[in-house]
Write a protein that binds this ligand. Structure first.
Ligand SMILES: NC(=O)c1ccc[n+]([C@@H]2O[C@H](COP(=O)([O-])OP(=O)(O)OC[C@H]3O[C@@H](n4cnc5c(N)ncnc54)[C@H](OP(=O)(O)O)[C@@H]3O)[C@@H](O)[C@H]2O)c1
Length: 298
């Protein structure tokens, strides 16, 4: 079976490619943005053969709340127009479409967020991702596989999310001789891309259809997550994480995010398809990667 991954060098796309390549009988192509730009209709049409009768895993997106707010036209071109191209590619290839959706299509007004909860994004990023999802559901109905995922970490140097940004920032604070580091108390489900990739592939191979939610077991505030990073990298005697009200951080942000967003993942559990693990265990496993040795003090 053939798999084509758009945005194949990103955090999720890279781990999806590794998981698929590890299964005998599956072939995967995971071009990066410069080899396959989803806004380029001709390039997308030329890539149809890579997904023939298989799966198109559509990871390419502008994945940045602030970036989307700063460049709304560029964000729409990548997220919505790029998804329209992906729909055309999947149809021409006779392929099924897998779409990783963001939990930021929810406003977090009620938690845990059930699968029947209306999606009401707070940011332009969430709005565009929801519009792309609607286009996919209009084109394929239940035949598409859409997984609403929690915020994630993974990809080592490719990680643009909280874990990828906070580690160098806290490391630099230690080097400046600072003893305390303030982090907001917004709550999410920090989920490892490796677990998301493995679990997503499991759903595709099981022939799942429609919409699911997927997140690690447990939940954490950003401050708790930062504290756990301090422990995992052996910085306990050097830096103390000080939790601060998320509202004090939100003031500096261009796009709004929910203060608390915890996905229920009910369908995954009911159908016995939940391969997720506890966030602390996966964070510690992730931070044992040699990439993070540069941040350890001997
Ligand atoms: N990050 C999260 O916490 C999260 C949570 C839930 C769902 N998701 C969804 O998961 C998917 C993957 O996100 P990610 O976190 O892995 O982001 P990522 O690391 O930024 O991966 C996205 C990839 O798409 C590429 N890309 C951007 N514009 C493109 C274009 N026009 N054509 C082709 N490729 C393009 C990016 O390349 P450049 O880096 O070179 O621009 C990047 O490699 C996205 O759909 C995202 O909405 C993310």
């Amino acid at each position: 079976m053939r798999f084509l991954i758009t945005g194949g060098h990103g955090m999720l796309g890279g781990d999806m490619a590794r998981e698929i390549a590890a299964v005998p009988g599956l072939t995967v192509a995971n071009p990066g943005k410069h080899d396959l730009d989803v806004r380029d209709g001709a390039a997308m049409r030329a890539a149809v053969g890579h997904a023939e009768n298989g799966w198109l895993v559509h990871c390419a997106a502008m994945v940045n709340v602030e970036g989307c707010a700063r460049d709304p036209e560029g964000a729409r071109a990548t997220i919505v127009d790029g998804t329209v191209e992906a729909i055309g590619l999947a149809k021409a290839a006779g392929a099924r479409l897998f779409y990783p959706q963001t939990f930021l299509t929810h406003d977090g007004r009620s938690n845990p967020i059930s699968e029947t909860e209306d999606q009401r994004p707070l940011s332009l990023y969430g709005e565009l991702k929801l519009e792309a999802q609607n286009r996919i559901e209009d084109a394929f109905g239940e035949d598409a596989l859409i997984v609403v995922m929690a915020g994630f970490f993974g990809g080592e140097a490719a990680d643009k999310n909280f874990v990828g940004r906070i580690i160098p920032a806290m490391h630099a604070a230690i080097q400046r001789g600072e003893r305390e580091f303030e982090v907001g108390d917004r709550v999410w489900q920090p989920t490892w891309t490796r677990d998301l990739a493995l679990n997503s592939l499991h759903l595709m191979l099981a022939g799942c259809r429609g919409r699911y939610q997927m997140a690690c077991h447990g939940e954490a505030s950003f401050a708790e997550l930062a504290h756990e990073i301090v422990c995992a990298l052996g910085w306990q005697d050097r830096l103390r994480v000080v939790p601060v009200d998320a509202a004090s951080v939100a003031g500096n942000e261009l796009g709004r995010r929910p203060d608390r967003a915890v996905l229920s993942c009910d369908r995954l559990k009911t159908e016995r398809l939940d391969l997720q693990r506890d966030w602390r265990a996966t964070l510690h496993a992730y931070l044992r990667h040699p990439h993070f040795d540069q941040f350890r003090f001997s």
